[in-house]
Write a protein that binds this ligand. Structure first.
Ligand SMILES: *Cc1c(COP(=O)(O)O)cnc(C)c1O
Length: 364
């Protein structure tokens, strides 16, 4: 059996470092907002190429806190891709704002900048591009549009640690970015964790309050903040794993290149191959017109897959009344056809060979 993702195997090469970090924190007597968080924030800011990193509880909080700190008037609209993961949409509504869905580019699965104009209203205040599957959104036209219309840009970089766009890292392309370190991400903690990156000094200062009860000084509260702190244990573990992300992403790129070159099943649509070395390949997502039958076949052959995602945000019960009667044909087709193949840094060459052979042998 080749599992879609085995988290124990993913962390096995790091076990000795993880154990040492956990012991260090356990014995330190300091467990929240201490030296480990400070050191990781500095290292991650350097890695992304920005001035500030603010560690927070998870990726959803990272996005929510930035939108709250920007303090747009109630009813303001945020443009977000119609095929986003639910967290991107939840962040907007948690901040009291209105998500306006914009269809993605059907080739890249990321927000299509050419469609922004039609979604713009006098209430639009921000754009939330999602670098889905580890590929950066086409940011140049998006940033030009944002500048013209005085909009803030919040990158959802939760799947894009180490992805680049024109030589710059995901998380350094907009006004601020949210990262997740959920265990399955390219940089994963042993629990929930997240971070915000930004070059904006004033925003960074605000966010350090927002994540800590709205307080810069103990028992003095300047904004109605959250308890959304990255804890010392997770920060220490992330700090140990960060130096290996670049090499692990390179291994992901190697495997992606093999899939792209060797998968020949006629009905299969492969992901875009134009930015193999820039993409972080968080997921290798193919499309098949009879996805569910194809997935069952792979399962029977011992190959685990996953679907990112089976139900789009606008069809979730959580938002039952928000978008009734509207349709997003591009996102709809994606959710029906996408399938994520096994791809992670610990996957062996032999395992990829088996995946490729099994997929290419599929007959309806
Ligand atoms: C994982 C993820 C999030 C949310 O991160 P959590 O840490 O799980 O809250 C947000 N956006 C995208 C695209 C994600 O993949």
């Amino acid at each position: 059996m080749i599992p879609f993702l085995d988290l124990a195997r993913l962390n096995a090469p790091h076990q000795h470092r993880i154990q040492a970090a956990m012991q260090r924190v356990a014995e330190s007597g300091w467990y929240v907002l201490g030296q480990e968080v400070k050191a990781f924030e500095a290292a991650f800011a350097r890695y992304v190429g920005v001035r500030h990193c603010i560690g927070v509880a998870n990726g959803l909080e990272a996005l929510t806190l930035v939108l709250k700190a920007w303090a747009f008037e109630a009813g303001s609209e945020v443009l977000v891709p119609s095929n986003a993961y639910i967290a991107s949409v939840l962040a907007i509504t948690h901040a009291g704002l209105t998500p306006v869905l914009v269809e993605p580019d059907p080739q890249t699965y990321t927000l299509d900048p050419a469609r922004l104009g039609a979604a713009l209203t006098s209430r639009t205040r921000a754009i939330l591009p999602v670098h889905l599957y580890g590929r950066c959104t086409d940011m140049a036209p998006l940033l030009a549009f944002a500048a013209t219309h005085k909009l803030r840009v919040l990158e959802d970089a939760a799947q894009a640690h180490g992805a680049t766009y024109r030589g710059r890292q995901a998380g350094s392309l907009g006004h601020a970015a949210g990262f997740s370190f959920y265990p399955t991400k390219n940089l994963g903690a042993l629990g929930d964790a997240g971070a915000i990156t930004t070059d904006d000094d004033a925003l960074a200062e605000q966010l350090r309050m927002w994540r800590n009860y709205g307080s810069a000084q103990k028992y003095v509260n300047d904004v109605p903040g959250h308890n959304s702190r990255l804890d010392e244990l997770q920060a220490a573990i992330l700090g140990e794993k960060l130096p290996f992300v670049a090499a692990e992403n390179d291994r992901r790129r190697q495997l992606a290149r093999r899939y792209l070159a060797e998968l020949t099943l006629p009905d299969l649509t492969l992901p875009p191959a134009d930015a193999v070395d820039a993409d972080a390949w968080h997921l290798f997502v193919v499309r098949h017109p009879e996805r569910d039958a194809f997935r069952t076949y792979l399962q029977q052959q011992g190959i685990g897959t996953d679907i990112h995602y089976p139900i789009p945000p606008y069809r979730q019960r959580a938002y039952a009344t928000s978008w009734a009667g509207t349709d997003w044909p591009i996102a709809e087709a994606m959710h029906r056809e996408v399938l994520s193949l096994p791809l992670n840094p610990t996957l062996t060459d032999d395992e990829v060979t088996r995946c490729v052979r099994t997929i290419n042998a599929y007959m309806k």
